[in-house]
Design a protein around this ligand. Structure first.
Ligand SMILES: *Cc1c(COP(=O)(O)O)cnc(C)c1O
Length: 396
């Protein structure tokens, strides 16, 4: 939500003076990735997941920067892809093919063929028609494709409606009333091997009770299929774990401990069954910051505007789904503060990062940090208005 900055005004706790001086010498805007925070996050995630033997795949769509991906791969995490391009990127970065899964509601024949050629672990299939197409394309190559059925469990994620995916009104997955037909189809399709079920109900889920509800629903659906003699080797519960956009310094790392514990407690499974997760945002969001410079300050009748050299072309989340990002002026030491609408230069009224944001007195040339921008930030950048490609800077 675009809303007033709720936290008290502080200078950045993320950046020290030396870093800020270095930023001052660089061309803005740029994404800054803190690779050591990313590593700490990955350590926390893998440590907690390993306690229960859970498998984690990283959802590339959140951030497919080369160095970020290499760091994630180095932790033994797999890749969750939603396009042929992402499958290609995962292969290029060196993710093992048997740790790559391919989801998405509209896979083209070319994308399916590419993934078949690379013998990935699994296609997460979203409809009976897709099952038929994969069966046909695999047959033409003399291959058998491993698939998991993406089920729409009709569980409310209680997140923004634009990032809710697990309700019957959403376009994703196979609905309950189609289950019988799927079983019939699977019997006749010789070139697909169904290894499991897949669920992904939405993103930026902060009420962890939602995952308990998901487990209960998953147990029911897994049982339904097993009673009908479909062996479920893999239970893939998707991603969606949220991060704290309001307090990025106090909650640098998501609560993986509680998250995985919920699945351990509530998800029924046998020793033979694997549990897979597809985390995107929670692995990368806090490690990324968009650094921008103030171009102009306009003092209006009701509001002041701080006009940045970054806009929705670099970070689209506020314009796309009214997302909140913490905004800091990291160069002003001014004791006086004022409220600013922090906006970009793009010719769209939704090109606004925050309204009535309290900042120290802000002037042309100041550096502005837009926090928690590591997920769904750089990947959504566009060249609308014929803008330059956004730069990237790493912590080391
Ligand atoms: C986007 C997506 C994810 C990752 O979601 P996050 O909220 O970033 O964890 C996982 N699985 C699928 C199928 C997705 O589309």
């Amino acid at each position: 939500m675009i809303s007033e900055d709720v936290s008290p005004m502080t200078l950045s706790q993320m950046f020290n003076r030396e870093q800020i001086e270095k930023f001052n010498t660089l061309n803005t805007p740029f994404y800054y990735y803190d690779i050591s925070l990313l590593s700490n996050t990955l350590t926390a995630c893998t440590t907690e997941a390993n306690k229960y033997g859970f498998h984690v795949h990283y959802a590339l769509k959140a951030n497919f920067d080369q160095k970020v991906l290499e760091t994630i791969r180095s932790f033994g995490i797999g890749a969750d892809c939603v396009s042929g391009g992402e499958v290609r990127r995962a292969v290029e970065v060196g993710f093992e093919n048997k740790k790559i899964v391919f989801a998405g509601v509209g896979k083209s024949d070319a994308e399916i063929n590419f993934a078949l050629d690379h013998e990935i672990l699994c296609f997460n299939v979203e409809s009976i028609q897709e099952l038929e197409v994969i069966n046909k394309l695999a047959g033409l190559k003399g291959k058998k494709a491993s698939v998991a059925l993406r089920i729409n469990p009709n569980v409310n994620a209680y997140t923004h409606k634009y990032i809710t995916t697990g309700l019957e009104e959403n376009k994703f997955g196979i609905n309950q009333w189609e289950f019988e037909k799927v079983l019939v189809a699977l019997k006749s399709l010789q070139n697909v091997n169904c290894i499991g079920l897949h669920f992904h109900i939405g993103s930026q889920i902060t009420d962890l009770n939602v995952f308990k509800s998901l487990c209960i629903k998953v147990n029911e659906i897994v049982n339904w299929f097993q009673e009908r003699h479909l062996t479920i080797k893999v239970i893939n519960v998707g991603g969606g774990l949220g991060v704290d956009y309001y307090n990025p310094d106090t909650n640098k790392v998501a609560d993986f401990e509680t998250y995985f514990k919920i699945f351990d407690l509530f998800l029924e499974r046998t020793a033979q069954q694997e549990v897979h997760f597809e985390l995107g945002r929670a692995l990368v969001a806090q490690s990324g910051t968009l650094i921008s410079r103030v171009l102009y300050v306009k003092h209006g009748q009701v509001t002041n505007f701080a006009i940045l050299d970054a806009g929705m072309t670099e970070l689209m989340r506020p314009a796309l789904y009214q997302a909140y990002h913490k905004i800091e002026n990291i160069s002003s030491q001014d004791q006086n503060s004022a409220r600013y609408d922090v906006v970009g230069p793009i010719c769209e009224s939704t090109d606004c990062f925050g309204k009535a944001v309290e900042l120290p007195e802000t002037k042309r040339g100041d550096l502005i940090a837009i926090r928690t921008a590591g997920a769904y930030g750089e990947v959504m950048a566009s060249n609308y208005n014929l803008r330059d490609r956004v730069n990237v800077v790493y912590s080391k």
